[in-house]
Ligand binder design. Structure first.
Ligand code: FES
Ligand code: FES
Length: 161
């Protein structure tokens, strides 16, 4: 089948098997390798992308669902001011990001703050539940999200609360 969709702001079309996973389309057909093929069963978050405005795991999305959708990968999100806020939060809180988990961690913060600009400690930890990374302390993640939330509020509204 041929599917057409918007990928990082560009109209694209590609011919693929109907059941191929979105992560494979992104990596094989478009050389967008920021989404990693980890568990391939929805548990690690390494393959996260933004699908019609919602952060999802691209290993769970078959090609036939992609037609006429809008997709932003981490490569596209890097152009968003929100990306800089998150990277600064991680850096200031000393959050580890290796090649395996970086995309999932960044987009987990985006998913959380886009729904809830001021998450509680518990909400932050819940927001990272769908990710596999045993290298980062919970306290560091909580600090990173709080710093990111402050930066985001200042950037958007000129104040931090
Ligand atoms: S590769 Fe998709 S959630 Fe692990
Ligand atoms: S820092 Fe990447 S898996 Fe932990």
């Amino acid at each position: 089948m041929t599917i057409g969709f918007i990928l990082n702001g560009e109209d694209v079309a590609v011919r693929v098997d109907a059941n191929i996973r979105l992560i494979d389309i992104l990596r094989r057909n478009f050389s967008l390798i920021g989404a990693k093929a980890g568990c391939l069963c929805g548990r690690c978050g390494a393959c996260s992308i933004i699908f019609n405005g919602v952060v999802v795991k691209s290993c769970l999305i078959p090609a036939f669902c992609v037609h006429e959708s809008e997709i932003i990968t981490i490569e596209g999100f890097e152009q968003d001011a929100g990306y800089e806020d998150i990277i600064a939060g991680f850096s200031q809180a000393y959050v580890e990001t290796c090649g395996y988990c970086k995309t999932g961690k960044i987009l987990a913060v985006e998913a959380l703050l886009s729904k809830n600009p001021r998450p509680s400690r518990r909400e932050i930890l819940l927001g990272f539940q769908g990710l596999k990374c045993r290298c980062t302390e919970h306290e560091a993640l909580i600090n990173a999200v709080s710093i990111t939330a402050d930066r985001r509020q200042k950037r958007l509204y000129g104040r931090s609360s």
